[in-house]
Design a protein around this ligand. Structure first.
Ligand code: ZN
Length: 349
């Protein structure tokens, strides 16, 4: 095997065949390759349940992502799964490309022992530093946050909690720093009230969503603080709450109904939401999503139904409210922020 093989060569030659390379050199990831980007598996790095997935374009890039980290290409990913050095990883992949037999034995997830305690401590430290770098949304510096909300058609909400403004947050794409953006952070809280992680919304200097691929991101969380059951508690509540997926959608619900509405961030987390003790009534303001292959009744609707059924079993009154109008042509769905927008347009007319 040639000694001159370099990262660039490997990447060029492996593009289009990462699927096969990963199945051979990191077999514990194979289940995630069956539906790239969609199937979540237990993380081979930190062990988090259903936290890891490969990129949709894994065949070309070999990349994967977890709540604990991001591996932008197959070299990084295979190296991480096996704890191989960069040099060893490169030469094993090079061997595969040349049709030679592997020299090293791929590590199976079951045989791995990672220092999760150390990784958890690092994640916690980063979360605390990020949160402490924020400012009160009532401070002058947080003007951009309010400009953004008004730009989305929302009135400045009263009693808003769990949200902080950040003047400059680092934004990464596939592991590489793209730039720094202002934005706001929201604390994602476990049912027992402990903080789990931070949701970030990156903004442009004129108060719109930042012009990046994913202006909304969820930070990693420590393995002992699972996301399951958690939500962003945007308003204080007594025994009655509403829940919606997105932060802006939740703010629209509270503006229209007066009920404190919390955000579950995603449909997946909505289905898993656990209200804290003392909550007796939950109204679920679902997103109305178009049917898809994996969600024939719409992801938002299915998540809301699953949550309502589980809450009734726990003795909590639950109801589902769907946006009354049909999904507009060319759109994937409609949510309660769209409904508020419609109401405001009528008022203005
Ligand atoms: Zn992980």
């Amino acid at each position: 095997m040639s000694k001159s093989i370099c990262k660039k060569d490997v990447k060029a030659k492996a593009a289009g065949m990462w699927d096969r390379i990963i199945r051979t050199l990191a077999p514990s990831i194979s289940p995630a390759l069956d539906r790239p980007g969609l199937v979540h598996i237990d993380c081979p790095m930190h062990g988090g349940a259903r936290d890891f997935r490969v990129y949709r374009d894994v065949v070309d890039t070999g990349g994967g992502v977890c709540t604990c980290g991001n591996w932008p290409d197959g070299i990084a990913l295979i190296g991480a799964v096996n704890d191989w050095t960069f040099k060893d990883t490169l030469s094993e992949i090079g061997r595969m490309i040349l049709g030679e037999k592997p020299e090293l034995t791929p590590v199976c997830r079951e045989t791995r022992k990672r220092d999760t305690a150390r990784e958890d401590a690092a994640i916690r430290q980063r979360l605390m530093a990020l949160w402490n770098g924020g400012r009160s949304i009532k401070s002058d510096e947080a003007r951009l946050f309010w400009i953004y909300l008004m730009g989305r058609g929302l009135k400045p909400p009263r009693n808003l909690q769990s949200v902080r403004f950040h003047p400059s947050m680092a934004y990464y794409e596939k592991g590489e720093l793209v730039g720094h953006f202002p934005g706001f952070m929201a604390c994602v809280m476990a049912p027992d009230g402990t903080p789990v992680t931070i949701h970030r919304t990156f903004l442009s200097e004129d108060g719109r969503k930042a012009p990046v691929e994913s202006p909304k991101k969820l930070c990693p969380h420590a393995s002992y603080r699972p996301l399951q059951g958690a939500a962003i508690r945007l308003f204080p509540a007594m025994d009655t709450i509403a829940v919606a997926e997105g932060i802006e959608t939740a703010l629209a619900v509270t503006e229209m109904t007066g009920i404190p509405c919390w955000a579950t961030v995603t449909a997946g987390l909505m289905a898993e939401f656990i209200p804290p003790p003392g909550i007796k009534r939950v109204t679920i303001f679902a997103d109305k999503d178009s049917p898809s292959k994996f969600h024939p009744s719409g992801h938002g609707q299915e998540a809301a139904k699953a949550l309502a059924e589980r809450l009734w079993k726990c003795g909590i009154q639950a109801g589902v409210e769907l946006p009354p109008s049909d999904i507009p042509e060319g759109r994937k769905g409609i949510d309660w922020l769209d409904v508020l927008e419609g109401v405001n347009a009528l008022k203005a007319a």
